[in-house]
Write a protein that binds this ligand. Structure first.
Ligand code: ADP
Ligand code: GLC
Length: 489
C-alpha cells in the first residue's frame, strides 16, 4: 500500500491546531502497520510569523531544484526538500511566492491560490517519487483541489489511473471559499466548477474534496453523524448525506512520545500512572505552573485551565459566562490561547479584576501547553462543536480531569464519572449552556476535595490506551477497501 499523505500542517515543522498534531503522528503509526507512506507539506518561511503559527525553517535538505508545476497558464517551479522523522519521509514544497510569506494561513483569496498550487505540486511530485501511489490521503480544504485535478484535468493521465483518494475532514467550518473566476488560473475548468466547487455562486475547495474523493472520513464517529445534519453540516450536510455510505469516522489518537508525563522535557518534574501513591511529580508541576503565571503558591485549591484557539467553536462564551461563579469557589484559572480580540480583552479584564486567582497568556507556546496539561487539575472544553479535540486526551494522559460538552470527539472520548461505580474518565454535560457547565464544575469540585476518589478518576484516564495504533489499523482497513473500490470502478 503506497500512500501520499498531503497536509498543510505537520508537527514539528508547522502548526496552528490539531491538524498539525495528527499529520505529525499518524503517518508514523501507519508505517508501523506496513504502509509505504510519504508526507508532503509546504515549506513555510519568512519573517513575522503571526500568533498561532509555529514555523520551523531549518529542515532537511533540498532534493529537487526545479519541480515544474503546470499552473497559472504556464509552468511554475518549486524546490523540494526532504526530511525524515521517525523513519517517515517528509517532502516540503518550497515556492517563495506562495510559502515564503511568513505565515501559514491568513491571506484571504490568495490562500486559495497558494493551496491550489500546493495541491498541484503534490501531484507532480508523485511522478518523481517512484511508482504511482495507490492512494492520496488529503486533509481539509487546503488539499481539496487534489481530487478535483485527478477527476478532471488529469482524468486521462495513465500515471494516476489507479490512484484513489481519501479526504479527511478535520473541521467542516473552514471551507476555502473563493471567487470561481480563479479556477482557470489554477488549471481547473468548467467541469470542476459545475460538479465540485460550485457553492452558492462561489467556489468552495472543501466541497470539491467532498465531491470528487473516492471516500471520506472524519476524526470521530460522532462528528461523522453530526455533519450529516443541518445543525452541524455548515450547508454541506446534503452532500454529506448523499455520500453517507462513503463516509467513516475514526477517532484521533495522540502521540504518546510527545505527550508523556513520564518523559516530557518541558516539565519541572516527571510522573506517571505507575506511581499511584506518589502524586509528588504532578504537584511539583502545579507549583511550577502557578509560579510561571505569577500566582500565589497554594497547592490545595484546584487549578482550572484552558489551552485553546479563542473562537466560538471552543465554547469560550460559556466559559466567559461562568467564570465568576468558578472563581467564587476559590479556584484558580489559567488560560493559554489566542484568537478573537474581544475574548482576549474579556479575559484580560478577568485577570485584572482577580490578579491573585487568574493567569492569562495570549499567544502560542508549545512549552506552556505541556506545562498546563501537567500542572492543572481540571481542563475545560465546553465546545459548541468539536470534530475530535486533542487536549481532552492530552489531559487524560496527564491526570488532568476534563470537563467537556458531549459533542463530536469529546463525546466519543470522555465518559462521565460515576461516583457509584467509580467508572468514567471525566465530566460531560449536554446542553450548550453556562448553567450546565457550572453545575458540572461544582460536581467536579466536590470530588476534587475527596482525594482518594479523585486519584481513582485520574488513574482511569492515565491508564487508557490513547495511542494511534488502533486508529492506524482502522485507516489501513479503509485504505484497502477504498483502493479495491477504485480498481473495481
Ligand atoms: P483545534 O485543532 O480545533 O484547535 P485540537 O484540540 O484538536 O483543536 O488541537 C489543538 C492543538 O493546538 C493542541 O495540540 C493544543 O495544545 C494546541 N494549541 C492550541 N492553542 C495553543 C496555544 N495558544 N499555544 C500552544 N498550543 C496551542
Ligand atoms: C480540527 C478540529 C479538532 C481536531 C483536529 C485534528 O482542528 O477542530 O477537533 O481534533 O482538527 O483532527
Amino acid at each position: 500500500m503506497r500512500v501520499i499523505f498531503a497536509s498543510s500542517e505537520v508537527v514539528p515543522y508547522s502548526k496552528t491546531g490539531g491538524l498539525g498534531d495528527v499529520a505529525g503522528a499518524l503517518p508514523g503509526a501507519l508505517q508501523r502497520c506496513g504502509v509505504d507512506i510519504a508526507v508532503v507539506t509546504p515549506r513555510y518561511t519568512g519573517q513575522g510569523a503571526r500568533p498561532g503559527d509555529v514555523i520551523t525553517q531549518q529542515i532537511g535538505h533540498q532534493i529537487i531544484h526545479d519541480l515544474a508545476v503546470p499552473f497559472a497558464g504556464g509552468m511554475k517551479y518549486a524546490a523540494v526538500w526532504r526530511d525524515e522523522r521517525q523513519g517517515v519521509p517528509i517532502y516540503f514544497i518550497d515556492n517563495q511566492e506562495y510559502f515564503g510569506v511568513g505565515y501559514i494561513y491568513g491571506a484571504g483569496d490568495f490562500d486559495a491560490e497558494r493551496f491550489a498550487f500546493f495541491s498541484r505540486a503534490v501531484l507532480e511530485l508523485t511522478r518523481r517519487l517512484g511508482p504511482p501511489p495507490d492512494l492520496i490521503h488529503c486533509h481539509d480544504w487546503q488539499t481539496g483541489f487534489i481530487p478535483a485535478y485527478l477527476a478532471t484535468t488529469l482524468a486521462g493521465d495513465p500515471w494516476f489511473a489507479g490512484t484513489a483518494t481519501l479526504f479527511t475532514i478535520h473541521n467542516l467550518a473552514y471551507q476555502g471559499i473563493f471567487s470561481p473566476d480563479r479556477l482557470g488560473h489554477f488549471g481547473l475548468g468548467w467541469e470542476a466548477f459545475q460538479h465540485g466547487f460550485e457553492f452558492y455562486q462561489n467556489a468552495n475547495a472543501l466541497k470539491s474534496g467532498l465531491y470528487f474523493s473516492t471516500a471520506l472520513s472524519t476524526v470521530s464517529p460522532r462528528y461523522a453523524r453530526e455533519i450529516q445534519t443541518p445543525e452541524f453540516g455548515n450547508r454541506l450536510d446534503g452532500l454529506l448525506r448523499s455520500r453517507s455510505r462513503d463516509l467513516i469516522g475514526i477517532l484521533n489518537g495522540i502521540d504518546e512520545d510527545e505527550w508523556n508525563p513520564a518523559t516530557d522535557r518541558y516539565l519541572a518534574a516527571n510522573y506517571s500512572s505507575q506511581l499511584p501513591a506518589d502524586p509528588a511529580g504532578k504537584l511539583e508541576c502545579k507549583r511550577d505552573l502557578l509560579s510561571r503565571y505569577k500566582l500565589p503558591i497554594d497547592l490545595d485549591r484546584p487549578v482550572v485551565a484552558i489551552v485553546s484557539r479563542l473562537t466560538v467553536q471552543k465554547g469560550i462564551d460559556l466559559i466567559a459566562q461562568s467564570i465568576w461563579r468558578i472563581l467564587d469557589t476559590g479556584a484558580r484559572f489559567i488560560l493559554l490561547g489566542s484568537g478573537d480580540r474581544d475574548y482576549e480583552g474579556f479575559f484580560q479584564h478577568v485577570r485584572d479584576t482577580r490578579p491573585d486567582q487568574v493567569g492569562v497568556y495570549f499567544g502560542f507556546s508549545t512549552a506552556l501547553s505541556h506545562q498546563i496539561e501537567a500542572g492543572a487539575d481540571i481542563f475545560l472544553m465546553p465546545s459548541a462543536y468539536e470534530p475530535c479535540g486533542l487536549n481532552q486526551m492530552y489531559s487524560l494522559r496527564y491526570g488532568t480531569i476534563p470537563i467537556v460538552r458531549a459533542v463530536g470527539g469529546l463525546d466519543d472520548s470522555i465518559r462521565d464519572f460515576d461516583l457509584a461505580t467509580l467508572e468514567g474518565n471525566g465530566f460531560k454535560f449536554h446542553e450548550y449552556s453556562a448553567e450546565h457547565l457550572t453545575e458540572k464544575f461544582y460536581e467536579a469540585l466536590m470530588i476534587y476535595y475527596d482525594r482518594d476518589v479523585w486519584r481513582r478518576l485520574q488513574l482511569n484516564g492515565m491508564r487508557e490506551d490513547l495511542s494511534w495504533n488502533r486508529s492506524a489499523r482502522r485507516y489501513l482497513e479503509a485504505y484497502h477497501q477504498i483502493v479495491t473500490r477504485k480498481r473495481a470502478a
